[in-house]
Design a protein around this ligand. Sequence first.
Ligand code: WTA
Length: 654
Amino acid sequence: MTVQPKTAVEPAVHAPPAEIAARAHADAARYAQMHARSVADPEGFWGEEGRRLDWMRPYTRVKNTSFGPGEVSIRWFEDGTLNVAANCIDRHLKDRAEQTAIIFEPDSPEEPAQHVSYAHLHAEVSRFANVLKALGVAKGDRVVIYLPMIPAAAYAMLACARIGAIHSVVFAGFSPDALADRINDCGARLVITADHAPRGGRTTALKSNCDKALRRCSDRVKLLMVARTGGQVDWLEGRDHAYEAMAAQAPADCPPVEVGAEDPLFILYTSGSTGKPKGVVHTSGGYLLYAAITHHYVFDYRDGDVYWCTADVGWVTGHSYIVYGPLANGATTVMFEGVPTYPDAGRFWQVCEKHRVTQFYTAPTAIRALMGKGAGPVEACDLSSLRILGSVGEPINPEAWNWYDETVGKGRCPIVDTWWQTETGGILIAPLPGATATKPGSATLPFFGVQPVVLDDQGHELDGPAEGVLAIKDSWPGQMRTIWQDHERFAQTYFEMFKGYYFSGDGCRRDADGYYWITGRVDDVINVSGHRMGTAEVESALVAHDKVAEAAVVGCPHPLKGQGIYCYVTLMDGVEPSDALRKELADWVRTEIGPIAKPDAIQWAPGLPKTRSGKIMRRILRKIAENETDALGDTSTLADPAVVEDLIANRVDA
Ligand code: WTA
């Protein structure tokens, strides 16, 4: 049922469809009651929910967390022990050995899909774990995974978990340099890759990227290669190992290792306001529980469902909602190797039809791109299996929301707009399909155990309807524990600015119904096609080019990507600006970081607006990029106000 808005500014409210509410894991009353309890008695609530997992040694202590003052310390279920892979595989063998765990849909629709049962997953992961052991990987060691979206990526992650090794998945779209930085930062002893990665009908030479990256790493780092295409690769005897040959020798049995709830499960690098990407550390017990319970409630997952999250395992969404959450719940999860528009703009819908997908979870950027292709490709497919639609990664604009609702969901599938972050491990704010009325563009209400607050610039909590920065008042089990080997930076980044709170870096508005509307980042992080990018990273790539003297990078509105990358570049004396140079610089950034960092606009800037103390006034640069030049605000503190006139006059379109 849709209630039309009373005024133009008030959005339509979509109540949960009655048939969904009647069968869902939670209706409105149950959500309210469970949320209230989870906040009033977190020990009791999570103490009970923790039993969703199989523990080797049960915990007696549930929550031991502090956001300061004093040391920031986050521990959940700290005296419990478990094995994450056993929770995702072994414990399901009794009831669902023959059930499909993973449906693999290859890049090319010509190539047959694979159905991996839980029994088969058990054998593959055990064998993979034995290969890791044969290569000397032991509990606590770091393993970098640089793979396409193939089942081996999940096997590799779970194999690490099985032996207590810590994985760090690097998105296969990242450059050799970005890969090397991550291998070095986490001190990995092994990198797992594939020969080539097919994607969208093209292939990326992953092995060759690894070869380049490893030139910048210690000689001790070994390479394990999975064959995906069978294509040509270079081989370094002694360093390189072929997975298939080793697996043929490996036993198919590998006992899961007992790890502490607070032992790290993985490190995932993500962009921040400053410096190089930081290694976000998630641990075993709390993370897995939180991924599982959110997957259960937010997607209303039930036996027999076929759940598809279109993310890549290189991002946190792939970790929590392709691999760990669904498999911990004994679900059937789809892994898709390709892209939404290959071979044509109907691919997502063809895959939904082919596998009878019940939950479909994607990013607004994909929805906008497909919306641009019209309703035809959607209507060519039978989407009657769909029950719930999800959105993640960036704010979803109401036009895209409505198209998703009407054209894809035919008005009968609740949309769960899920707000969360690499740091939060799982979904923090989202509707529950049978419980929460939705409004296009709002992530709605907090999940169990989550206490969002809206703060003003001084860090005061605002009541009622309000706009400010989004922070979280107390810990939840899926929260990141630290930055790899830099606890100080962890405390400083997230807990320093607003004392006693976890600071998200996002701005938000809360309406009269208590619904949250995420307004975007308030820091120097931009969100390009749902991918996080630090403006500082793009700037340092630009200034590494020998024709560039100085660079400043900001986000700008982009019709498909949400935000685009807008670069102001000051050239070295004597270098002439040209379109050819623009292209050269854009390609340069692409090679330095990866295709997702390719600039959308490069403006030549003879000078950048700076304060008298030499600080770049990014606020002004953002306004110019957004083409809001009549709202520049106070420019009186600028060292040279004429610089701004020039920038406005020479603005470029992204
Ligand atoms: C943004 C992705 C609005 C936000 C899971 C956040 C969103 C950043 C939403 C984290 C949403 C994510 N609505 N904005 N539903 N989901 N974001 O770490 O700015 O890649 O801080 O995690 O994406 O991106 P990350």
